[in-house]
Design a protein around this ligand. Sequence first.
Ligand code: FEO
Length: 169
Amino acid sequence: MDKKVSELLNDQINKELYSAYLYLDMANFYSSKGLDGFANWYEIQAREEQDHAMLIYKYMHNNSQTVTLEAVAKPDKEFKSLMDPLAAAHIHEQYVTGLINAIYAAAQAVNDFRTVQFLDWFVKEQGEEEKNSADLITKMELFGDDAKALYMLNSELAGRTYSAPSLQL
Ligand code: FEO
């Protein structure tokens, strides 16, 4: 594998684990506010990010690449309002989309079509992640100021269940 592509994939493992940590921190925030449905949503989001890290980890090993695990940064976002984590999550997903696109472009530049094909799943996944995070902001804008509506939204988010990624390596 091309050295730069390998390094970017290795970095992405760390970025996905950081994402898991960030979402766990958001779950932690909502849990402390008594919104267990929002907390459930972000706990599941954290698990999905761990899955993303593991998919790249396995892909690296399947392609005889050395994986180097670096320190995972402390989540440093400060949440003051119920909207803050939702807004931060959306910005974070846009950032991750940029990272995935950069790996995709690097793989394409060296005709690494196997990695391009592997990353196709992540490109699609980022589309879903950005839509989900944007939808949550819209719902909070519409209903967040009304206690009963917020209760209903919390109940809706409590119903999210974890499912393993559709991509298996
Ligand atoms: Fe692994 Fe939410 O992107």
